[in-house]
Ligand binder design. Structure first.
Ligand code: C2E
Ligand code: MG
Ligand code: MG
Ligand code: MG
Length: 293
């Protein structure tokens, strides 16, 4: 037990195998408080058609607006919520809110859009998960085909038999599955054959050094080729430059998501972007409403 780094803060260095090695007890306690106080919110990042530059959908990204710490990034609090189980509560709230928000976005845009929601391994394996999904769809009235759930390769492989059951139930509801951070997790491609997957999201570590890096270029083009033959959609994550967008588009990548075409933003800013139809609406005037880099 290591006592505070100055103030009333107690940091415990956990020996457990699971969860973050440094478990911040004060942050964990504050999270329960934050749930009661409603300090969690959702940001929306546009997923854009690389050819037309139109917004096709949004990924929801959770934020925690702490009264004194400011914005706590999900990389900080999701692992804690995953360890203590709070992710089930937060995740259910995020899924339902995202579906409701998308209904509203569509009314403004007057065209179909989709919403992409991150599902953590623990949520996916929770025995109430299908109930949570059905509740979100029923409450919002959103058709299942407008919902994409983002999971990682690891989530599928922890318990493939269970995953197969969940995915078949999702298919009944017409909800789609995206593999998030594709290429960074499980090293076998056999799961692409086994599971009904619709979307691959190329991890941003493969996009970052484009178009200069031959290796990253080869990996991206191989993924795009694979996706084409398997009839999967591809989203390139972390597209920050016009050169990167053009590179992946030439390789046949239909969708991009990144700071170039819109940062994660509050719902009202996303609505403003939709009214203008394309991401061009976000630059440069509206950019003040987006998250700083
Ligand atoms: P992710 O699902 O892979 O989300 C994409 C991350 O990349 C987001 O980080 C986003 O802000 C960031 N990003 C987007 N475009 C760019 C870009 O052009 N350049 C760079 N450098 N970064 C970009 P964020 O919001 O910090 O989220 C981190 C991770 O936290 C997410 O990775 C996801 O795994 C998790 N997460 C976020 N919200 C939720 C949630 O509601 N539920 C669950 N279970 N996990 C969440
Ligand atoms: Mg994601
Ligand atoms: Mg990702
Ligand atoms: Mg990621």
């Amino acid at each position: 037990r290591a006592k505070g780094t100055g103030k009333a803060r107690c940091v415990v260095y956990s020996q457990r195998q699971s969860g973050p090695p440094e478990h911040d007890i004060s942050l964990e306690a504050a999270m329960f408080q934050a749930v009661r106080e409603g300090e969690f919110l959702l940001y929306y990042q546009p997923i854009v058609n690389s050819g037309t530059r139109e917004i096709e959908g949004f990924e929801t990204l959770m934020r925690w607006k702490h009264p004194t710490l400011g914005m706590v990034p999900p990389g900080r609090f999701i692992p804690i919520a995953e360890t203590n189980g709070l992710i089930n509560l937060l995740g259910a709230w995020a899924l339902k809110s995202a579906c409701v928000q998308l209904k509203h976005f569509q009314e403004v845009a007057k065209r179909p859009l989709y919403i992409s929601v991150n599902i953590s391994p623990r949520q996916f394996r929770n025995d109430k998960f299908l109930d949570v999904l059905d509740d979100a769809l029923a409450f919002s009235g959103l058709p299942g085909e407008q919902l994409v759930l983002e999971i990682t390769e690891g989530t599928l492989m922890i318990d493939p038999v269970h995953a197969e059951m969940i995915l078949s139930k999702m298919a009944e509801r017409k909800a789609r599955i995206a593999i998030d951070d594709f290429g960074t997790g499980y090293s076998s491609l056999s799961y692409l054959k086994r599971f009904p997957i619709s979307v691959l999201k190329i991890d941003r570590t493969f996009i970052r050094d484009l178009p200069g890096s031959d290796k990253d270029g080869a990996i991206c083009n191989a993924v795009l080729d694979l996706a084409k033959h398997l009839s999967l959609s591809v989203v390139a994550e972390g597209v920050e430059t016009e050169d990167q967008l053009q590179y992946v588009e030439k390789g046949g990548c239909q969708y991009v998501q990144g700071f170039l075409t819109g940062r994660p933003m509050a719902a009202h800013t996303a609505l403003a972007a939709l009214k203008e139809r394309t991401y061009a609406a976000l630059m440069p005037e509206h950019q003040a409403n987006e998250e700083p880099r």
